[in-house]
Design a protein around this ligand. Structure first.
Ligand code: KMT
Ligand code: NI
Length: 174
């Protein structure tokens, strides 16, 4: 796991796009993001139990498993969106990038590798891409029924109650 400011340069989204400016874990915590490296799945299970997660699934994002729809899926995951619940992503194999919006609305790129686990708060704008390996095997954990339907950013999501609650948490206003 490594976090840095996205360079905003044109080019394949799967390239590193590393500006060379690192982002600290303290800053990520301020955005409501936590991460761990758990080689032992038992640690994932206890974290999920402690945070009252009820559901999970596994997804393998690769041309081998997805065939022709792979490129479309990769584009879809890269549309900026939010979810209405907190979610955990745990990388079982391969790797990928989650980009999350900073408080100044810039992209922070979070590089996840095998056994990295990230907790993403409800309401944070983000996007995902595979890296140049084109292979991400991940466990997705959901508090309630899986509702991974991405809500793409727009006027409606800006007024979404989960978005507003997230901003209150992040910016500490009442
Ligand atoms: C998300 O929330 O955008 C995703 O779950 C992407 C695929 S999981 C590695
Ligand atoms: Ni998402």
């Amino acid at each position: 796991m490594k976090a840095y400011w996205f360079d905003n340069l044109p080019g394949d989204q799967r390239e590193a796009h590393d500006s060379g400016r690192e982002v600290s874990s303290e800053y990520l915590n301020k955005l409501g993001i936590m991460y761990f490296n758990y080689p032992n799945v038992e640690d994932v299970n206890s974290l999920a139990a402690k945070r009252k997660y009820k559901n999970r699934d596994e997804i393998t994002i690769s041309p081998t498993t997805m065939g022709d729809v792979y490129e479309d899926k990769v584009k879809m995951f890269f549309n900026e969106h939010l979810h209405e619940d907190e979610e955990i992503r745990y990388i079982l194999d391969g790797g990928g990038f989650f980009d999350v919006r900073s408080d100044g609305d810039e992209w922070v790129r979070i590089k996840l590798e095998k056994y990295d686990l990230m907790i993403m708060p409800a309401g944070i704008y983000h996007r995902f891409t595979t890296d140049t390996q084109n292979y991400t095997k991940a466990m997705r954990l959901f508090k309630e029924d899986p509702k991974w339907t991405p809500l793409n950013r727009g006027a409606e999501t800006d007024n979404n109650e989960y978005r507003e609650a997230y901003l209150k948490m992040r910016d500490g206003s009442a």
